[in-house]
Design a protein around this ligand. Structure first.
Ligand code: ZN
Ligand code: ZN
Length: 265
């Protein structure tokens, strides 16, 4: 399995997961044009996507849905609740949907086996997931209020984790141009994950296995890559030498403005 984050953050999320001939795009929060451009930039053919998986209806994950499904003629894997919440109107009828998925039922696309699970986030039916192929396992959760026991359980045994590190709490509190209501939403149990929460997860629930820990969905306004990375590294160090091994290499940051490096499992 190979994974490439094409972009991550409030300006748009899209991740490419490839196994053999199977190529799946997870979320399409970038414009169709930009998505196609970034898929080409990482050496893949946008015309050969096997499926598009939508985790929830927020614009930064679903903005390009109708344009991409039309441009690339790709089957869309989305739950009924999320599809309805996307409020696509007439355009929605033209979208080529694969069988409806649900946030609690496993599904397969080619050689990729997806295990979705519900997460605390303020959308209609949001899910995070693990995906497996040929013995390799990725866990991905980029919009969630906190890492609950279900997420921790699913992530056990993952070779790579892509997890949200949205904000630094003090930077968010001090941010002068976010209204109070937005701050409350982000900080809430159904909002977004802070650097502190990532550190707590790594200290208390992480099983130590993943060779790749990618911190994603960083806010450009209320986080800094160095702070997010430092919080994660310190948490791994606090667990002891076994967890801290190679952590400088293991922990990386997903970019919002372009694709990251391929992760090969
Ligand atoms: Zn969201
Ligand atoms: Zn998001």
């Amino acid at each position: 399995m190979r994974i490439c984050i094409l972009g991550s953050g409030s300006s748009g999320n899209a991740t490419l997961i490839v196994a053999g001939d199977t190529r799946v795009l997870v979320d399409c929060g970038l414009s169709a044009k930009e998505t196609v451009r970034r898929i080409r930039e990482v050496g893949e053919d946008p015309g050969r996507l096997s499926g598009l998986v939508i985790t929830h209806e927020h614009g930064d994950h679903a903005r390009g849905l109708s344009a991409i499904s039309k441009t690339l003629d790709v089957p869309v894997y989305v739950s009924d609740a999320t599809f309805d919440a996307c409020a696509l109107g007439e355009r929605g009828k033209k979208i080529q949907r694969a069988e409806a998925i649900s946030s609690s039922q496993d599904f397969e696309i080619g050689s990729l086996k997806f295990h979705p699970f519900s997460i605390p986030h303020d959308a209609a039916d949001p899910f995070a997931f693990t995906v497996e192929s040929a013995g390799a396992k990725l866990g991905m959760a980029v919009d969630l209020g906190y890492f609950n026991a279900l997420a921790a359980e699913h992530f056990r045994g993952a070779d790579a984790l892509i997890i949200e590190a949205n904000h630094e709490v003090e930077m968010l509190r001090a941010c002068t141009f976010y209204p109070w209501s937005l701050k409350q939403r982000i900080l809430g149990r159904h909002g977004h994950t802070s650097n502190d929460e990532v550190a707590r997860y790594l200290r208390e629930d992480f099983d130590g296995r993943a060779e790749y820990i990618v911190l994603a969905h960083l806010s450009q306004n209320t986080n800094h890559p160095d702070l997010a990375r430092l919080a994660a590294l310190q948490a791994l160090e606090a667990r002891g030498p076994l967890f801290a091994r190679g952590s400088e290499r293991r922990v990386s940051i997903a970019r919002y403005d372009g694709p990251g490096a391929w992760i090969e499992l």
